[in-house]
Write a protein that binds this ligand. Structure first.
Ligand code: GLP
Length: 243
């Protein structure tokens, strides 16, 4: 595990964007696993800036996103597809055919999950997976559970996740109750994993995930077992860790 300390959100975003940028430069045809939430917004802004300066080329990059709310179509402003278009895809030269996000409007969960796993397999897996950390230790939408889930699946969101994510909606009642997410196995197969964590409110769960027992009750704890895992976090998030 490599841990890079950042002073603040901006510094964290630049450091993480540097790592993603290096991946694109070293392998222009790479497959990037991407994440949503507040944590990666600064990274995407930095990557867009470097693209505009002609320092980055997304023309052969392929992407797979971690998750999507079930019941929201791509044109719904609350969908993760919409979020990704807003923050990255519409601002760089990535090809539409190379963008993959679970289709939240597909009611057939089994078919959607199977299709998504096949897409990732066909691309020969993920080179670099970006992750945020949920307040309850979730990664993607893999909520605390009795066992780790291997593949892309449909999840029932926990009350704490609905509560944490309601800030993007009018109120909690608008937050979808289910989502499609890559499984823990899908995420762990990525060749590199990069997690970004910011703020004091995540300090306790971050410490738990990375320094205590590996358990599906804290899904992110599995990252301790990944052979190429990098964390970029700010001082506040690292404040309870002895590093
Ligand atoms: C959502 C996403 C996760 C993300 C998490 C943390 O639940 N499904 O992929 O990591 O939020 O979000 P934030 O970065 O806003 O704290």
């Amino acid at each position: 595990m490599k841990i890079y300390r950042a002073h603040d959100y901006k510094d964290m975003s630049r450091k993480a964007a540097n790592i993603i940028s290096a991946q694109i430069i070293m392998k222009p045809t790479c497959v990037l696993g991407l994440a949503t939430g507040s944590s990666p917004i600064g990274i995407y802004a930095q990557l867009v800036d470097w693209y505009r300066k002609d320092d980055l080329d997304f023309s052969r990059v392929k992407t797979v996103n971690l998750d999507e709310y079930r019941g929201l179509s791509a044109d719904n402003e609350q969908s993760y597809r919409y979020f990704m278009n807003e923050h990255l895809f519409s601002k760089v030269n990535i090809k539409n055919k190379n963008i993959h996000i679970p289709d939240g409007s597909n009611e057939d969960a089994d078919a959607e999950c199977r299709k998504y796993e096949e897409i990732i397999d066909t691309m020969n897996g993920i080179d670099l997976q970006l992750l945020g950390l949920g307040p309850n230790g979730h990664i993607g939408f893999n909520e605390p559970a009795d066992c780790f889930t291997r593949k892309t699946h449909l999840v029932d969101l926990t009350e704490s996740t609905i509560e944490a994510n309601k800030r993007f909606f009018e109120d909690a009642s608008q937050v979808p109750r289910q989502a499609y997410t890559m499984g823990i196995g899908t995420i762990m197969k990525a060749r590199k994993i990069l997690m970004v964590v910011e703020g004091e409110k995540k300090a306790e769960i971050l410490k738990k995930a990375l320094t205590e027992e590996v358990t599906p009750r804290v899904p992110a704890s599995i990252l301790q077992l990944h052979p190429d895992f990098t964390l970029v976090a700010d001082d506040a998030a690292l404040s309870l860790m002895n590093i």
